[in-house]
Structure formats: C-alpha cells, structure tokens
Design a binder for this molecule. Structure first.
Ligand SMILES: *Cc1c(COP(=O)(O)O)cnc(C)c1O
Length: 422
C-alpha cells in the first residue's frame, strides 16, 4: 500500500497553496522514494512499447481526442518534462488556474501568448507605462507581422478605456500591467474584462491578459477578476533569489492548449534545472513575499515622513476614497513590496542617493530576497522618450526600490545615511 499524500484536500477540506508547495503533483514512488523531486536532466523519454509511443504522439499533435483519463505521456523535453509539469501544477494553485505553461523567460511567455492570440490586422491595446521589453516587442516586433500596438494610460476608468478601445481599431487583446512600473498606478482588471466582453464578436474575440509580475501570485489574482490570461516574469518574485530567468502563462484549459502547442514549435519551454530551482523557490514564496511586503510598509512610511523626499508612490498610501484606492480594495490583497519615490531635486540628487547606498544594491530587476534600487528614467525606462516619460509620470528625480527580506531597521538605516549624504 502507498501512503496517501494530499491532492489538494483533506477529507473534503481544501488546503491552501502554501501547504501544498512541498508535495503537490509529485509521486515519490515513481522516483525511488526520493522525498524531493529529482532533476529530470534528460532530453528524451523511453516508451514502454511502440503502441504507447504512437498514443503519446497522437495526443501531443492533436491527431485524435484525448480520452477522459488519458494524460499526455513524456516524449521529449521541448514538449514536457516532469520538473516543469509539477511546477505548472503547483503554479495553478495560487492563481486558481486550469492550466499553466512555463517558459524560458517572462518575455518568452508574453511573446508566445501574443503570437498565438493576435493576427495580422488586429490591435493589442495596452496600459502605459509598461515593462520595457514588452513595450519594445509591441512597438517594434509586432508591426512586422501587421499587428498594431495602442497604449492607454494606467488609471483610466472604464468609460475612458472603452473609448480608447473603440478608437484603436480591431482590438484582439487588452494587455495590462498593474500596478504599473515604476509609478504604481493601478489598472482596473474588471473594467478591462467588461470592455473586452462588450467588444467581442463571434468573429473577433477580445482577450484580457494581465502581467501580474509585481503583485502575484500572492497579492492579486486576475483570473478571478475576469482576465483570460495571467503572465509572470518568474525571474522576479516566483524565482525570488535573482538567480533564474523564467516566465509563466496561466489560463483556461482550452486557451492554454493553444499556448502550449505554439510553445512546442517556437521552442520557448524552460529546462529541467530551471524548473527544479523554481519548485524550490515556490516552497518559500509566501514567506518571502509576506516578509518583503511587511518590510516595504515600514520603508514607505519612513520615506513619506522624510524631508528630502517629495513624493512616495506606494499602494499602501493611496488616498482614502480615491478612485485608485477603490480599485486597490477590489483587486489587491496587499500593497506588495515595490516603492518608487521622488527625491527633492533632480537626477543629480537621485544619483548621489543611489551611489551612497550600502545595503541596497544598485541594480535593475526586482522581487528577490535582496533589496535593490535603480533610476527608472535612465535605466529600466531609458528608451521611453523624455516627453513620454513626463506624460507617464516618470521624473528624473524618481528612484525605484524593490524591498527584500533583510531586517527593516537595517534597510531604513541605509536609506537614512544615503539621504543624509544628498
Ligand atoms: C522582468 C519583467 C518582464 C520580463 O521578464 P524576463 O523574465 O526578464 O523575460 C516582464 N514584465 C515585467 C513586469 C517584468 O518586471
């Protein structure tokens, strides 16, 4: 007899994702009893018989309907691999998704989804500002395939969003990043889903895709708010240790079948070693993100009271009763751990501050265990023209912080001495 392991429930009681991150989807009896999932460092898998190989390919290539109890067998590591399949099963738990697909990077997830759900003559309507890599892909790569990108400002209400969508042309996807980077402006996901529904016709379905890298998978669940897809740069909070590049796309079963098929042919699937590292990261996801969020609260309060700080952009400080605060209360569970602020002065003062930090590292990226600081105007958002930066609220005096798991008093001590040096 094999001892039972939880499959999501104990006597009908659903278990929380953090309780399942160590065991879910993995069967030790298939791996010599190994407690932890081994790294399946193999390019190909042995079939038990020729008949089995034939059946696996029929399913993989959609040559016939999959039987109700039939699972896609292991064939070749560009199609699937145990480390990645277990990782995908575990990622589904946080977002309440039917299905997940892991990619070699966040950009691989975004580009594969876009190529599957956009066609020549269609438009991707996206919130602004948006991650630099995504912006470049939308503005410079997609037009080569006859796909246009049109932006709308993060913070627009449903009416303004619908107006922008109707003016944009044949919208096939509304792509949002919320909160926006680096200004922490929220996009109303439910409003996007309403507009997408209104605009959808039999011939032209409008999907909603949310890049949930900044708040997810803990603090925001876009699928529950009506989005069709959730995307992550798993390089950030999911990986969480600034040592892996990876991405994820999650959504409904039928849609994800399409995403996975294109992933097979673009070859954008991640490898077993990355999959194993991410499985390890998921075990501490809640611990890390909770600690980072609590640290960020203390840091943001400190900055808001500092005489050399002009303005703090932080979800925990949204004004009571404001439209943004209402969106926050509807769609976010906590303010996360990304803070931007304007230092009094300009670029010179911002640079002096950044060069004086000791515990914070001066680096782009975010969501890792260590605290990072950067200057969006000249680093992450340097290819956004100055006029557009100004329109989006990215100022030369703006600094962006990603708060890690260090002692919060030590972080504040570092910020204090760096601000004193300005
Ligand atoms: C980092 C990032 C990406 C790109 O992810 P990669 O893993 O670097 O490819 C996309 N969106 C957001 C919001 C990001 O922060």
């Amino acid at each position: 007899m094999t001892k039972r392991r939880p499959e999501g429930y104990i006597k009908g009681r659903p278990l929380k994702p953090e309780s399942l991150m160590m065991t879910y989807g993995y069967k030790p009896e298939l791996s010599e009893g190994s407690l932890k999932c081994p790294i399946f460092q193999t390019s190909t898998f042995v079939f038990k018989s020729a008949e089995e190989g034939k059946a696996f390919f029929e399913i993989a290539y959609g040559l016939r309907e999959q039987g109700p109890k039939e699972e896609l067998g292991l064939i070749y590591s560009r199609l699937n691999n145990p480390d990645l399949e277990i990782l995908e099963d575990r990622l589904c738990l946080w977002d309440g998704a039917d299905s997940a697909a892991v990619f070699e990077s966040g950009m691989a997830a975004i580009s594969t989804l876009a190529f599957e759900f956009l066609r020549p003559g269609t438009v991707v309507l996206h919130s602004e500002p948006i991650y630099g890599g995504t912006e470049y892909f939308f503005r410079h790569i997609l037009p080569r395939y006859g796909i246009k990108a049109v932006g709308f400002p993060a913070g627009a209400d449903e009416k303004a969003l619908e107006k922008a969508a109707r003016a944009a042309g044949r919208v096939a996807m509304i792509f949002v990043e919320t909160p926006s980077n680096p200004t922490n402006k929220l996009v109303d996901i439910r409003a996007c889903a309403h507009v997408a529904k209104k605009l959808s016709t039999k011939e032209n379905r409008v999907t909603v895709a949310v890049d949930n890298t900044f708040l997810g998978p803990l603090w925001q669940h876009p699928l529950k708010l009506g989005a069709d897809f959730v995307l992550y740069s798993a390089t950030k909070f999911i990986g969480g240790h600034s040592d892996v590049i990876a991405g994820v796309c999650l959504g409904g079963a039928e849609d994800m079948k399409r995403v996975r098929t294109l992933r097979t042919f673009l070859g954008t699937l991640s490898g077993p070693w990355n999959g194993w590292l991410l499985l390890r990261s998921l075990e501490t996801l809640k611990l890390r993100m909770t600690c980072q969020m609590k640290n960020a609260q203390k840091v943001a309060d400190f900055l808001a009271d500092h005489p050399k700080v002009e303005k703090v952009y932080y979800l925990g400080h949204l004004e009571e009763g404001s439209a943004q605060r209402k969106v926050y209360e509807r769609q976010c569970l906590a303010p996360g751990s990304m803070i931007s602020f304007d230092i009094k002065g300009g670029e010179k003062q911002a640079f002096k501050f950044l060069n004086s930090l000791e515990l914070f590292s001066l680096a782009v990226s975010l969501g890792g265990t260590e605290s990072l600081a950067e200057h969006p105007g000249t680093m992450t958002h340097s290819d956004v023209p100055p006029a557009d930066q100004a329109r989006m609220g990215i100022t030369p005096k703006m600094v962006r912080l990603s708060i890690g798991v260090e002692n919060p008093e030590d972080l504040i001590a570092d910020l204090t001495q760096a601000l004193d040096s300005v």
